[in-house]
Ligand binder design. Structure first.
Ligand code: FAD
Length: 323
């Protein structure tokens, strides 16, 4: 049996991250999908059922207290241990800041190749192939690796989860992660800070409204949030808006922020620099509002309005609220 491992990360409430279904779908395209999960205690029934429903045939569950005190290394150790016992054809990991670090460390530990920020994966005659989008989305590049499993990070939102017609209960195999597998602690304690928001999480959102330097100030950036709320969207931002202190760095979209592929991306007062486009250009529909008709964002926009956000967006919100 050809196995493809998918790293599933649990939330602070021990629930499965929303990205899990997409990763399991990606793994299923390459082999029999097996979920790898790490937690300090038993795996909840909710998590087990969610993974089975998403198509995982098996769950390799590793327990370690280090799951709470070290952020990355237990996950790398769990994947390395799972790889040594299952001999997978591929290992899929979400392309997040943590996911990139996990994939890089795992690649070094296993001595195998790595493809990052893939927008698609498929099996070609038994060979796992990862597709990346390069040069501003102008080209798609298919990559394969030699000698061992393909480690691939998948861009959030790039692969639509496919729920199996008949879901079966995933077989769970739990084992403690040997302490020797996890290098010595470098972090003394981790404190979870809960950010409460009714808005969808940026990386998983199907609609995103982002604001840039054109919003002018922290106070005026609230317009982005108002349109996001009217659309049921997540809030994103350009790096210029983050650097100016209008919004937290976690909202930054682009090369040094998050990479997303929502169904709808609305760019307000964003010029469309290549580094910003790198994080959003695979969105299905892009809408841009900008005073400068020559702004590069209009080159990739499906719908564009040349206008002042402070005039156009309140009208847009009014129209949405009248629906
Ligand atoms: P600007 O380029 O200043 O554009 C502001 C836009 O707002 C203009 O087009 C203007 O016409 C418009 N505008 C002004 N007033 C209004 C108004 N009232 N109504 C409507 N429109 C208005 N950037 C990112 O976004 N993400 C990244 O991850 C990122 N990583 C980077 C990594 C590196 C190594 C480097 C060198 C740069 C990176 N950048 C990144 C920065 C990037 O190059 C741009 O500087 C940045 O994206 C610009 O942000 P902006 O579009 O908000 O600002």
């Amino acid at each position: 049996m050809t196995i493809a491992l998918a790293l599933v990360v649990l939330t602070a409430e021990h629930r499965v991250e929303t990205s899990a279904a997409s990763l399991i779908t990606a793994a299923a395209r390459l082999g029999t999908p097996v979920a790898v999960v790490v937690s300090p205690g038993p795996l909840s029934d909710t998590a087990t059922v969610a993974l089975g429903d998403a198509g995982a045939t098996q769950i390799l569950h590793f327990t370690t207290h280090d799951a709470m005190t070290q952020l990355i290394t237990p996950l790398v150790a769990a994947l390395a241990t799972a790889a040594s016992t299952t001999d997978p054809i591929a290992i899929v990991i979400e392309h997040t800041i943590d996911g990139r670090e996990i994939a890089g460390r795992l690649s070094v530990r296993l001595g195998v190749g790595l493809v990052t920020d893939a927008v698609d994966v498929r099996d070609i005659e038994g060979q796992p192939v990862a597709t990346t989008s390069v040069l501003g989305g102008s080209y798609l590049v298919d990559s394969v690796t030699e000698n061992g499993p393909l480690i691939v990070t998948i861009r959030p939102g790039a692969i639509e989860p496919v729920t199996p017609a008949f879901s079966t209960a995933a077989e769970v195999s739990s084992q403690p992660l040997p302490p020797s597998a996890v290098p010595g602690a470098v972090i003394e304690s981790v404190t979870a800070t809960r950010v409460t928001s009714n808005r969808p999480e940026l990386r998983a959102a199907t609609r995103v409204v982002s604001g840039g330097r054109g919003l002018q100030s922290l106070e005026k950036f609230v317009l982005v949030e108002q349109l996001a709320d009217a659309l049921g969207a997540a809030v994103g931002a350009s790096r210029a808006a983050v650097d100016a202190g209008y919004v937290l760095q976690a909202s930054q979209v682009g090369q040094t922020g998050v990479t997303i592929s929502p169904q709808l991306y609305v760019a307000l007062g964003i010029s469309g620099a290549i580094q910003h486009r790198a994080g959003m250009q695979t969105a299905s529909t892009i809408v841009a509002i900008n005073t400068d008709a020559n702004a590069p964002i209009f080159d990739i926009a499906d719908f564009g309005i040349v206008g002042d956000v402070f005039t156009v967006v309140p009208q847009l919100i009014k129209q949405l609220e009248m629906r």
